[in-house]
Design a protein around this ligand. Structure first.
Ligand code: ATP
Ligand code: MG
Length: 253
């Protein structure tokens, strides 16, 4: 999928407002959010709990609609797509990794991975290749409850990659992993962007995870508070400092 200079960005969020009602009050989870992600770019989203990070990923995946503003994926406004078209578009173009792995308990690891492409030829082969790549070759016939948290997370990642998506959206993908396994996953994501040109948006609150991205966007109250290029050298302390600076700088700076 070579990009020409005229290709629209893979992800473009413009002036998005998204509210939820909580009892008698209304919460604006996204309040004029802007985000544009270039092809092959790896962006980390940081921000306090409740700042709208997961909601932003959900609207970019078309899992939730917006009240106003627009979400364009590869130039297409998700709001104009019919449900069935959106479902297929998401399956073909976007890999989703959430903290709750949503693995099917009665299926083996390899069947969980091939589920999204079960109807396509070669799905078993693809699933096996991904499981090998993620170091799970010895686990392919295990069901989720016989796998550790980190292994389950890797199965969920293999499932997200099986459709060969150009765009990967990951919500706290290292949340349940020990730090060594988490770093391995980060290197994998880094390679999917640098070596394979995939576009990645990852939510995390950990500087040691965010440091693998090209750019860090900080949300506060559903708005983009700041963004900065990831400091060189994969230095978690530099990321933590830049993040704290962004949180405490006057808004808009
Ligand atoms: N389905 C929902 N119904 C009602 N309120 C919601 C819903 N989803 C999110 N919210 C509210 O929207 C705001 C943003 O939530 P969101 O889950 O996007 O935050 P977050 O940045 O991902 O937080 P965390 O770091 O805790 O995961 C919060 O105030 C949350 O309570
Ligand atoms: Mg969240």
């Amino acid at each position: 999928m070579p990009e020409t200079p005229h290709s629209p960005p893979p992800l473009e969020v413009s002036a998005v407002v998204k509210s939820f009602s909580q009892g008698t009050t209304e919460v604006r989870a996204l309040d004029g959010t802007e985000l544009s992600v270039a092809a092959g770019e790896f962006v980390a989203i940081m921000g306090a709990s409740g700042s709208g990070k997961s909601t932003l990923l959900h609207v970019m995946a078309g899992l939730a609609g917006v009240d106003s503003g627009s979400v364009r994926v590869e130039g297409k406004d998700l709001a104009t797509m019919k449900d069935a078209v959106l479902t297929r578009f998401r399956r073909d173009r976007i890999g989703l990794v959430f903290q709750a792995f949503n693995l099917i308990p009665v299926l083996t690891a390899e069947d969980n991975v091939r589920l999204p492409v079960m109807d396509q030829p070669g799905s078993l082969e693809k699933a096996r290749k991904l499981l090998d790549k993620l170091g799970l070759q010895a686990r392919r016939h295990h069901k989720p409850d016989a796998l550790s948290g980190g292994e389950q997370q890797r199965v969920a990642i293999a499932r997200a990659l099986v459709s060969d998506p150009a765009i990967i959206l990951a919500d706290e993908p290292t949340g349940s992993l020990d730090s060594a396994t988490g770093q391995e996953l980060c290197r994998l994501l880094r390679g999917l962007s640098s070596d394979e040109g995939r576009t990645i948006v990852m939510v995390t609150h950990e500087p040691a995870v965010a440091m693998w991205a090209d750019r860090i966007v900080v949300l506060r109250d559903g708005r983009r508070l700041a963004e900065f290029a990831t400091p060189a050298g994969h230095d978690p302390e530099a990321v933590a400092l830049a993040y704290q600076h962004a949180l405490h700088a006057p808004a808009g700076s």
